[in-house]
Design a protein around this ligand. Structure first.
Ligand code: UT7
Length: 330
């Protein structure tokens, strides 16, 4: 009998603090009008002083476990996608494992930037389908606000903090991830980078003074790559699953820029009502964006049992990923 990995529960956590475009107008030379027109973003959430990537992840994970009706000690593995870990080590996944009391679970972090959740979902699904695990928590969490240069208007208006989680469970029902594609173009790494603090350029007073521990991005050079790769990834996973665009119930694109999402929608010839968008409220939360979007689509009834959903993402690396899921519990 074929084994699948259904999403048995999902959860999200958004920090309370809201930063609006009007707030940003007081911080850098920008305007609400520019941000809305060029990105579609109206506001984003920021972690409070006591919060960090692990604490956000724990909130989302608890919700997902509760919904899956699964005690944390039944988890075999935690895969945590993030580009903004609490520390270089230990892995943020281990901090989450401890906080949840998931005493039987292995735990590791996975870094594929904004494509991270789809990479983690693919790895987790295969570990279940291969028979190595029964229950896996896939959680994506970001506190990008800690790595944004709040004096750089070209990046600080874009990002937000949040976490989203999914509990994967083995089942013989054809549910969960059916097909996926993972890609990378390492030659584009310099286009979106946090240059210092790693082994290539350890933190020094000079790197700090030069703002090298903040996000640096050439946004307009990534834009076209994003549109092309997100469209191609969506088509590829449909083809791999033997399904057509007409059979797609909901498209969940990475939420980086409304113009990117609209351009992908045009390429795929998808009507607006079949494209999920929530970036006006949260901005770009990197890896956390897609699980939060899936969560909200399910909460709002847009995703129902048996629905076909395609998600695609792009991000630093550069990376991209696509995933086709059949929604529904084990
Ligand atoms: O998840 C992956 C993360 N990366 C991305 O999502 C990047 C994808 N790229 C984008 O979303 C867009 O390229 C941006 C939103 C980042 C920028 O939009 P754009 O239409 O590509 O603008 P641009 O970078 O070409 O800049 C146009 C102008 C420039 O002024 P000049 O040189 O024409 O005078 C910028 O200095 O807009 C200026 N600008 C701003 N003006 C007001 C850049 N940021 C701002 C700002 N407010 N916040």
């Amino acid at each position: 009998m074929t084994r699948y990995a259904a999403i048995a529960g999902w959860g999200k956590y958004l920090p309370q603090r809201v930063l609006t475009n009007t707030d940003l107008e007081r911080m850098v030379a920008t305007s609400d009008e520019w941000i809305r027109e060029r990105t579609g973003i109206a506001e984003r959430r920021l972690a409070s002083e006591g919060e960090c990537s692990s604490t956000l992840a724990v909130r989302a994970a608890r919700q997902a476990l509760q919904q899956a009706d699964l005690p944390a000690f039944s988890l075999d593995l935690i895969i945590l996608a993030t580009s903004t870990p609490d520390h270089f080590f230990p892995a943020t996944a281990c901090l989450v494992q401890d906080a949840l009391g998931a005493i039987h679970a292995g735990a590791f972090d996975l870094e594929a930037a904004c494509s991270g959740f789809l990479y983690a979902l693919t790895v987790g699904t295969q570990l279940i389908r291969g028979g190595l695990c029964e229950n896996i928590l896939v959680v994506a969490t970001e506190t990008l606000s800690r790595f944004v240069n709040w004096q750089d208007r070209s990046t600080c208006v874009l990002f937000g903090d949040g976490a989203g989680a999914a509990v994967l469970r083995a089942t013989d029902r054809r549910r969960g991830l059916i097909s996926s594609t993972l890609g990378a173009y390492g030659a584009g790494g310099e286009l979106l980078i946090l240059p210092a603090g790693g082994s290539a350029r350890p933190a020094t007073q000079q790197t700090l003074d030069g703002g090298q521990h903040f996000i640096h991005m050439k946004g307009n050079q990534i834009f076209r790559f994003a549109v092309r790769k997100m469209s191609e990834a969506a088509l590829e996973v449909l083809e791999k699953a033997g399904l057509s665009l007409e059979e797609l119930d909901l498209f969940v694109p990475h939420q980086a820029n409304l113009r990117i999402i609209q351009a992908v929608g045009q390429r795929l010839n998808l009507p607006e009502e079949r494209i999920f968008v929530n970036l006006q409220r949260y901005g770009n939360m990197s890896a956390a964006t897609i699980p939060i979007a899936l969560c909200e689509a399910a909460e709002s009834g847009l995703l129902q049992e048996g629905h076909v959903v395609v998600a695609s993402a792009f991000g630093a690396g550069l990376t991209w990923a696509g995933a086709l899921l059949i929604w529904g519990r084990p």
